[in-house]
Design a protein around this ligand. Structure first.
Ligand code: S3P
Length: 449
């Protein structure tokens, strides 16, 4: 839903050891894809463990507007009666994707090769984000898009009447762009090829195969070449959504920096295209064990046992960026409590997320007494060691859930409380963040003390 309710100022205070079990919500990327592919299959798809965050609820509402029947049966338990590839109806109203770049970009792809017209909007954050990165390749299929200056929402997409398959090299590492092209390719005859120079999260490829589409992946000199054969009949599936490694990052990182902590975060996806943060934390000296590794819903998962740790700053390799792109805000918080500098390179995509995350983290960390260096594509945090971060500031969250949660985690280990101006966006990805963190012993409240 677009628009923005009343801001919710929040405060995090220095907390005692975090202890216990943290059951984080279902994966956001997989949840969006389960609803969209369910809507494109004929028959009933069942989904368990769906993330019921606002971003995903907005995608569910959008799928209804395109003609699918989407029903909630209980906690995380949903069904989708799909309309088939090419079966989307023209929505009668504007599609409001709220805060979700993934929602709007994937849905644009999914409708772009059907002869219907849809108008998309979102909240103030989403209306600032670039859509040209998806509408450019969608134009190659024959779709047209008319938006605001700079390719911003609100935007109307006129689907192609006679779509043609495309071969497209994604110019920026983006799973959203890759996925939009693949979803558009579903209703184009023949083979659509997407080439990515750097591998990004591969949930679309995995799930498309699961729904019966023919998808091949080849490594070539140009990069990963993903080939989809168009106009398949997608078969409805039972999708078990694993827990979100990007949401797990918040309790995990909190436990690492709050002295004496020892927590268990069960059933977290360990998909190699998503686990760069965990590799990085281990390199920094984090005491994390990956227990009971297994496969759930087609994804590798493990239970994470995390204990507070003495950490050292490192240089995060640039080629790891895509596998931890959403985790740099919380990594920069952890880096503030490490000994030495943490250097994060190749991170310019952070500037076009729900907010400019390099800028948001740099300003908030500086206000809390941490030295930060920032370039267009680089963020460097000078660690102050355990217990060394002064805190005592109010951070601006810019309608960005991950900025909000990152600064609350900072406040749990800083000397003085850390406030955020608005915690309401947390509901987009992690609605139970406050009770979950409270259950571990974190002191976070909705006050502006
Ligand atoms: C996502 C892809 C990433 C990520 C986002 C989810 C996805 O965005 O930041 O939170 O589900 O495909 P980009 O494609 O812009 O890198």
């Amino acid at each position: 839903m677009s628009g923005h309710g009343t801001p919710i100022p929040m405060t995090a205070l220095k907390s005692g050891p975090l202890k216990g079990r943290a059951e984080v919500p279902g994966d956001k990327s997989i949840s969006h894809r389960a609803l969209i592919l369910g809507a494109l299959a004929v028959g009933e798809t069942r989904v368990s463990g769906l993330l019921e965050g606002q971003d995903v609820l907005d995608t569910a509402a959008a799928m209804r507007a395109f003609g699918a029947e989407v029903t909630r049966h209980g906690d995380g338990d949903w069904s989708v009666h799909g309309v088939g590839v090419g079966g989307f109806a023209e929505p009668a109203t504007v599609i409001d994707c709220g805060n979700s770049g993934t929602g709007v970009r994937l849905i644009m792809g999914a409708m772009a090769t059907t002869a219907i017209t849809a108008t998309f909007t979102g909240d103030a954050s989403l209306c600032k984000r670039p859509m040209g990165r998806v509408t450019d390749p969608l134009a190659l299929f024959g779709a047209r898009a008319h938006g605001r200056q700079g390719g911003r929402l609100p935007m109307t997409v006129v689907g192609a009447v006679d779509p043609v398959p495309v071969r497209y090299t994604v110019p920026v590492p983006s799973a959203q762009v890759k996925s939009a092209v693949l979803l558009a390719g579903l209703n184009a005859p023949g083979r659509t090829e997407v080439i990515e120079r750097e591998p990004t999260r591969d949930h679309s490829e995995r799930m498309l195969r699961g729904f019966g589409a023919e998808v091949t992946v080849e490594e070539s000199r140009e990069g990963r070449v993903i080939t989809l054969t168009g106009q398949p009949e997608l078969r409805p599936q039972t999708v078990a959504v694993p827990r979100d490694p990007s949401s797990a990052a918040f309790p995990v990182c909190a436990a690492l920096i709050v002295e004496g902590s020892d927590i268990l975060v069960p059933g977290v996806s360990q998909n190699p295209t998503r686990n760069g943060l965990y590799t990085t934390l281990v390199e920094m000296g984090a005491d994390i064990t990956f227990e009971n590794p297994r496969e759930e819903g087609g994804e590798p998962v493990a239970d994470l046992r995390v204990r507070a740790s003495a950490l050292k700053g490192i240089t995060v390799p640039e080629d790891r960026a895509a596998s931890m792109i959403d985790e740099y805000p919380i990594l920069s918080v952890v880096a503030a409590f490490a000994e030495g500098r943490t250097v994060m390179r190749g991170v310019k995509e952070l500037r076009v997320k729900e907010s400019d995350r390099i800028d948001a983290m740099a300003r908030g960390l500086e206000a809390s007494g941490v030295t930060v260096e920032e370039e267009q594509d680089v963020l460097v945090v000078h660690g102050m060691g355990p217990g060394g971060v002064p805190g005592g500031a109010t951070a601006a969250t810019h309608l960005d859930h991950r900025i909000a949660m990152s600064f609350l985690v900072l406040g749990l280990a800083a000397k003085a409380p850390v406030k955020i101006d608005d915690g309401s966006p947390i509901a987009t990805s992690f609605p139970a963040f406050e009770p979950l963190m409270a259950g571990l012993g974190a002191r976070i409240d909705r006050s502006n003390r």
